[in-house]
Ligand binder design. Structure first.
Ligand code: ADP
Length: 241
């Protein structure tokens, strides 16, 4: 599913949080929105998700205008930093949740759900944890479950907002590899918000550098790194978190 953002504007009061943004994300690409805190990354992601509506401009999914369509009709999966798992549910049930709450007409059989959950548990190498509860897992394992849960409904688009932000450096590094691996297997068009340039460089096919509601530069990681287009990009990429 390709995504296109056209002349997107969003203001909060007098602040233009997204200031005429244009972006094209081809189907199957993993794009990182990279920029400092307050640059508008999350707001852009929320508009792509349908959780927020723009003041003007449009969001197209596969060429069709989705700007004001309902979030439930967009077939998106989410992984957020604080999008906690259901504490009272076992890991397998957490992953199955999105399938079990579907209306009867589109809900898979319980046998099909079990099969899907088993596949996903294998994919994130947590087969042995199926019957455990979230509090019995490490932070990194929990985010792997969150990824599996988001992918269970076979979304056309996966949106990730600082999904590893709360974890320590070593676990973050491990999860980056997980995300890349899952992406390579599932080919889901993914948009990944981060303020961590190293993370963006390592994970993404393409990087979109944002600053004060504008796109400063976009391109392949090495392209952006080797040829920063503006003094802001040069400084931002040079800063160590
Ligand atoms: P980022 O994800 O890059 O940190 P955000 O999109 O979260 O940036 O926020 C960009 C700016 O918009 C910030 O200055 C933030 O305070 C402001 N903002 C975000 N959401 C709201 C809101 N609901 N009401 C008012 N201001 C907001």
């Amino acid at each position: 599913m390709s995504i296109e953002v056209k002349n997107l504007v969003k203001r909060f009061g007098s602040l233009a949080v997204c200031n005429n943004l244009n972006l094209e994300i081809p189907s199957g690409e993993l794009v990182a929105l990279l920029g400092p805190s307050g640059s508008g990354k999350t707001t852009l992601l929320r508009m792509i998700a349908g959780l927020e509506q723009p003041d003007s401009g449009s969001v197209l999914f596969h060429g069709a205008d989705a700007t004001f369509s309902d979030v439930r009709d967009r077939n998106v999966g989410f992984v957020f930093q604080h999008y906690a798992l259901f504490g009272h549910m076992r890991i397998a049930d957490n992953i199955a949740f999105g399938l079990r709450v579907r209306p009867r007409e589109t809900r898979p059989s319980e046998a099909a759900i079990k099969k899907k959950v088993a596949e996903l548990l294998k994919l994130v190498q947590l087969d042995a944890m199926a019957e455990r509860f979230p509090h019995q897992l490490s932070g990194g394992q929990r985010q792997r479950v969150a990824l599996a849960r988001a992918l269970a409904v076979e979304p056309k688009v996966l949106l990730l907002d600082e999904p590893f932000g709360a974890l320590d450096a070593k676990v973050r590094k491990e999860l980056r590899r997980w995300l890349r691996r899952l992406h390579d297997e599932m080919h889901v068009t993914s948009v990944f918000v981060t303020h961590d340039q190293e993370e963006a460089m390592e994970v993404a096919d393409r990087i979109v550098v944002m600053n004060e509601g504008r796109i400063e530069q976009q391109g392949a990681p090495d392209e952006v790194y080797d040829n920063p287009a503006t003094p802001f990009v040069l400084k931002f990429l040079g800063d160590v978190n």
